[in-house]
Write a protein that binds this ligand. Sequence first.
Ligand SMILES: *Cc1c(COP(=O)(O)O)cnc(C)c1O
Length: 457
Amino acid sequence: MSDKKIPYKIYLEENEMPKAWYNVRADMKNKPAPLLNPGTHEPMKPEELAPVFCEELIKQEMDNDTAYFDIPQEILDYYKTFRPSPLVRAYNLEKKLGTPAKIYYKFEGNNTSGSHKLNSAIAQAYYAKKQGLKGVTTETGAGQWGTALSMACAYFGLDCKVYMVKVSYEQKPFRREVMRTYGAQVTPSPSETTQIGKKILAEYPGTTGSLGCAISEAVEVATSTEGYRYVLGSVLNQVLLHQSVIGLETKAALDKYDIKPDIIIGCAGGGSNLGGLISPFMGEKLRGEADYRIIAVEPSSCPSFTRGKYAYDFCDTGMVCPLAKMYTLGSGFIPAPNHAGGLRYHGMSSILSQLYDDGYMEAVSVPQVKVFEAAEEFARVEGILPAPESSHAIRVAIDEALKCKETGEEKTIVFGLTGTGYFDMVAYEKFHDGKMDDYVPTDEELEKYISKLPKID
Ligand SMILES: *Cc1c(COP(=O)(O)O)cnc(C)c1O
């Protein structure tokens, strides 16, 4: 450790920004399991994925060997409008906690989408445009991904159709209007505009929707509309690849001041921000060059890593998507309606699932009241109003810093602050009014969906 004074914010110069994404799969001995055709259970071939995804993105999805992918200049140009993002030393939080630990966070909320999702949205929109497509379809839950994709499509002049989980569509009208400002067409899901939507509505009248169901609708529209493809904001290998820009910048900023982290923490929904943040560090770990404790944090109401099963599962409710091997709660699982903190997807990135199964990382689940307590404590000293998703990582960063206070250890903790929470005020309101509770599913409830996982031999 050098004795250079560490500034509150470590910024990289524009010319120090990464010029290539890093593909952690290249350094994995056990590669993530391939996507399977839901009919034949054979590995998906590129030509089978072509009606759904953009060509260049399929190549990235299936490439387990190329370590670096050059970032095209057009994407770098857009990255420069909101990157590099700051790595902040949480001096104020350290002081408040009275911990000898050194806490850093990588802040990804400095763009209108309010999250890291724009890192992949702009890449996916670029490849769609390059392929000469008219537009893309997608789903959004809380709305950050839909917003990021709307921004990216507006930039490249692509049409953007977003299927938004109905409960969010109704509860977050402002998110919807942000997307429409960028020209996206937003439809509440399930809807009457697709076969699968009609089927789900007939089966479950009055349902407020789920991510899995919105995915099915978006895929159906992409595959049945000329010149359209489907894009996804998390879970997939290609998304982790694009998000590696977070980790590469973090590592460059730490290296600039000779800082070596002991613990790296990120929240995990589908695994994209965590996968991106840890990629270069995990690469060192896999190559035996360095060691880090890496912790995934998930909500105890949607505990894919900590209570799910590592198995092939459907990525969507309509079971039209390929099967992915991942830690999963079952594609029928929907978190309790009072769960306010995002991170509601039933599965997890195949890359992270394999790394977790191989023991390269840990996972913890945290209840939501504790998450919002951490969010508030953080906001009051560090100023930033965090997204509920990001606050899962804050919770565990604080817990680890408090352990250091007990033991007197001066550990260096880095966590991902994925975004801001301005559109989550209904959740904050519930917390402030004491109306938030910690619903944790029982083993029986989880078994109900896990027992329905597809049988693959
Ligand atoms: C989408 C989102 C997440 C979770 O998604 P991952 O793919 O697990 O990263 C976390 N934080 C914010 C702010 C998000 O928008």
